[in-house]
Design a protein around this ligand. Structure first.
Ligand code: DAH
Length: 339
């Protein structure tokens, strides 16, 4: 038995490796719970008293040698891995970084901004957490106005009221408070409404707001501006304005585009009429100008607002709004070329 232990000592001393897997195997073989050393220790109990001293010495020697060897192997391994810069192949080509794609909502938003930029509109933004004044009151929607019901609101805090803005019209107010006319601005952003009415509906979506304030701005300016925009974005050349109501504009209108009836889809999305409602608009109510300290005797203006999701769905023929928020990479990657 002592000879066997001595041969194990030799085996340990002869062992050498640079491979961490091999070294671990070595550790288990000699120093592990079921390894040689613990086996010899359990056999020690059975050894005859006369041999105990010599046997004990031999096992302790094996244990010491094995522990030292393990330390030495581990040291050479860490030294080697921290000092292996010589092994790096600097001529190897870099890993390819996959090109991402922009989200269809961002693509459409940027297209709309570009179209208005060409006719002198800048962009402006406002906070998504708004106060009552900017989201409602200054827009001619005082506290008990029934039109507040049209936008079921997520309130955050009472007194002073804080809420998630229900539309980007709040940015109109902020922009007019901070800037003197002439004003030409486009305000894109995310808005929130508590619209839990169907499985498809969403509680947030995106809007773009437009505002033009100057001397002698008229309804025909509004119509021509919208016609230009619709030609640029949709390539369509016929629109109609239907009388409507918004508290912040007077008169107000809904804008329809003549989409045509050239396919089954056209029939479906226009409900057989050929016309598609696309946005709301109107002449800024003098009360709104006065609320922002802009002289309504001197200045007039128009405003409009539209949902970006709806436009993206029309232009990319997306049938279900939910796919815009799923972040399914197979869907998103289809927009790589439209960046
Ligand atoms: N704020 C309206 C909404 O969210 C949209 C809108 C309509 C904005 C008419 C306007 C406007 O600026 O003139 O439903």
């Amino acid at each position: 038995m002592i000879e066997e232990i001595e041969s194990k000592v030799k085996e340990v001393l002869d062992f050498s490796s640079q491979d961490s897997g091999e070294i671990e195997k070595f550790r288990i073989k000699f120093l592990g719970k079921k390894g040689h050393i613990s086996r010899y220790f359990s056999e020690f109990k059975k050894v005859d008293v006369s041999q105990k001293k010599e046997f004990g010495k031999a096992i302790n020697k094996l244990k010491l040698v094995a522990n030292n060897k393990l330390e030495e192997l581990k040291k050479s391994l860490t030294k080697d891995s921290s000092n292996n810069s010589g092994n790096i192949d600097l001529t190897r080509p870099a890993n390819l970084i996959e090109l991402g794609s922009r989200h269809p909502i961002s693509i459409i938003r940027d297209k709309i901004i570009d179209i208005f930029y060409k006719i002198g509109f800048n962009t402006s933004e406002g906070p998504e957490i708004e106060d009552d004044w900017h989201n409602f009151t200054a827009l001619n929607l005082p506290f008990h106005h029934p039109a507040r019901d049209m936008q079921d609101t997520f309130f955050i805090k009472k007194d002073p009221d804080l809420l998630l803005r229900t539309h980007t019209s709040s940015v109109q107010i902020r922009h007019m408070e901070d800037n003197d006319p002439p004003i030409r601005t486009i305000s894109p952003g995310r808005v929130y409404r508590n619209e839990d009415i169907s499985a498809r509906s969403h509680c947030f979506f995106h809007q773009i707001e437009g505002l033009y304030i100057d001397k002698n701005v008229s309804f025909s300016d509004l119509k021509q501006t919208l016609l230009y925009f619709i030609k640029e974005l949709f390539g369509k050349s016929k629109i109609r304005l239907r009388p409507s109501y918004f508290p912040f504009t007077e008169p107000s209108a809904e804008v329809d585009i003549y989409w045509g009836l050239n396919s089954e889809t056209d029939f479906r999305i226009t409900k057989g009429t050929g016309w598609l409602e696309i946005m709301g608009c109107g002449m800024v109510d003098p009360n709104v100008l006065d609320n922002c300290k802009i002289d309504s005797n001197k200045y007039t203006g128009f405003a409009f607002g539209m949902g970006i999701e709806r436009i993206a769905m029309l232009l990319y023929q997306i049938e279900d709004i939910r796919i815009l928020y799923d972040n399914d990479i197979r869907f998103n990657n289809q927009f790589r070329d439209s960046i």
